[in-house]
Ligand binder design. Structure first.
Ligand SMILES: Nc1ncnc2c1ncn2[C@@H]1O[C@H](COP(=O)(O)OP(=O)(O)O)[C@@H](O)[C@H]1O
Ligand SMILES: [Mg+2]
Length: 231
């Protein structure tokens, strides 16, 4: 099975060489944890290898994301962005996509499918999946739609990151091939950041929480350090 780098060396080490191509992964963490940054690094790694990579923003405006990434010193010109945030350019996906502010996942899927038929990216980020969840009419509907979305990504061999700011285990945890959690832990007023792989099908992985930092140029994962002193 072909492996795909996450764009972060230390995280690749935790994954014994990277993710499996064509599968869908969930990146979880509270706001500010670094989900968008990790997602961008994943796409930049593909762009660096000459791949087509696509970032779909369902929450934040794309201009803001570009600004934040530039501030971090990341050149995102190799990434294609689609702004599907509520304030974004609603014409990109046509009428299919938006009925006022809510998103219907079936419509989202058929639009993406039409686009992939013409040119499928090799890597995709949907930031964040929470927007699809809140717009679903029921848990059943959400599960069915998400499953068919993940199936489509597999058919087109697109390695995908979905981001989520919900910590509890949810439908999506069960449907994806792997879950990467970005934790921010308050210890006496000091925030410790830790990355943990909660699930990863088909890969022998490091299940210890490892410290990570957001730095100029991206993210560093210290795969040989433990967040907590082991005794
Ligand atoms: N130049 C920087 N140096 C250190 N940390 C930064 C820098 N720029 C942003 N950050 C950190 O990155 C976080 C935002 O990352 P982001 O990927 O947008 O989080 P999320 O998508 O999970 O909400 C901020 O909370 C901040 O702590
Ligand atoms: Mg974000």
């Amino acid at each position: 099975m072909e492996r795909v780098s996450t764009g972060v060396e230390g995280l690749d080490r935790m994954l014994n060489g990277g993710l499996i191509k064509g599968r869908t992964y969930l990146v979880k963490g509270c706001p500010g944890a670094g989900k968008t940054i990790l997602s961008i690094l994943f796409l930049l790694d593909g762009a660096k290898r000459g791949e087509n990579v696509l970032f779909i923003s369902l929450a934040e405006g794309v201009d803001e994301i570009r600004e934040n990434m530039n501030y971090l010193g990341l050149d995102v010109s190799g990434i294609e962005f689609i702004d599907a945030s509520p304030t974004g350019d609603k014409t990109i996906f046509g009428d299919l996509f938006f009925t006022s502010f809510d998103i219907d996942t079936q419509g989202f899927k058929s639009m993406l499918e039409a686009r992939f038929d013409k040119s499928a990216p090799s890597r995709l980020v949907i930031d964040s999946i929470t927007m699809l969840r809140v717009s679903a009419k029921s848990e059943m509907e959400y599960r069915r739609d998400l499953l068919s979305l993940i199936g489509m990504f597999k058919r087109f061999n697109v390695t995908t990151f979905l981001t989520s700011d919900i910590y509890e285990k949810n439908v999506e945890d069960y449907l994806v091939s792997g879950v990467i959690e970005l934790h921010m832990i308050d210890i006496k007023g000091k925030i410790l950041r830790g990355v943990r792989i909660a699930k990863m099908r088909g890969i022998e992985f490091d299940d210890t929480m490892r410290p990570y930092k957001i730095v100029k140029g991206g993210m560093e994962v210290y795969s040989d350090l433990s967040l907590f002193e082991e005794r």
